[in-house]
Design a protein around this ligand. Sequence first.
Ligand SMILES: [Mn+2]
Length: 431
Amino acid sequence: MKQFTNLINKAIERINSTNGLIQIVSHLDCDGIAAASIMASVLIQKNKDFQISFVNRINEELIKILKERSPELVIFTDLGSGYLDLINELDFNIIVLDHHQVEGSPSENVIHINPEEVEIKFSGSGTTYLLAKEMIKNNSLAPLAIVGTIGDVSYPTNSKLFENPLIEVETGLNLFGRFSRPLHKALEYSGIPGIDGEAKAIQFLSEIGIDSQENGEWRKLNDLNGEEKRKLTDAIVRESLKHEKFSKKLIFGKVLTLKNFPDELKDGKEFATILNACANMNEPAIGLALCLGNERVLDTARNLLKAYRKVIGNYMRWIENNPDSIKKTEFANYILSEEVINENFIGTIVSMLFKPAEKTLIGFGNSKDGIKISGRSKEVNIREILVGAARICEGRGGGHKTAGGAIIPSGTQEKFIETCEKLLKERLIKI
Ligand SMILES: [Mn+2]
């Protein structure tokens, strides 16, 4: 742990002593946008000259661009640990703040900070925040770290690191749109059986004596007083008991409120959803602006979220209408959508389709770099499987134990699946 703290201090010194251009390279996802915004915020406060690029992965092309740009310092956030061999090709000062599995070892000019190495589970934005907090000597950026962490679903948000007066944690109704949607709309989309429709939702509220409107305006969950919230909670429990299929977990749980953001971003989960949409629609700068407190881009972000939902809906419909796109074997299910689904969406689609009872799910999407793969597993270390199979196909894999990704050259998908099957068989039969 002491060594970890030393590395952070070393990185802070390096940033402080840099007077030329600093290049931030961050992962194009919710966690990566949050991490970059934390770093940007620190660099603004320290009056440093910097620019930011978002990428899906590090490859030769990026290394070439960085060499040409020749900044004084490159800071990789939420990616880098899986690409140390490539990063080592750069001979200027480098800081890596990442939490993905480490591949290789850093050369001397690289300060490599990864909490996995001291067996702590932090997101990329959480790791970046560790440095930021030390560097600016306050914890005002914690809300961004928690939003990024929510986006990286397998990472805990109950860390002491996030205890902060700007973050309110409650257990209660966890309806999407607490601050941003009329209550009846939030109920309509909540998935509670029996309240599936606008009219039904309004009727439900009126039956339990809660007004849907106040002074001609639709009320939101957050507009309800304590008594009304209790009434609503009781009524939802009663309603859901009528339907055995409904899981209470869906709408009761931990609710995070970020006090220093506008209403639409106050709910941690909603903020993360918006950042995720910005990343996947390839508009990370909009997400970054939101994180940095620019409210003028809220409209654009709202439209991006709408467009993002539409794309996801179209992909889900395509899979539904093409049952042949799912290949089922003894060891795993594969979504053969490499010609249809864009690489920015395959991770989300795989997460959405990964059922509680399913053991391993692997999906394919298209990328300008080849075929993008995303996998989830409850049975094996999916990262090891994807790394192993990608290597055989001359691609590369990475990620975490339960969720991972890979990129392989076009035309090697069959070989990839064959290898996955072989590796899965080896692992599963050994157990
Ligand atoms: Mn991450």
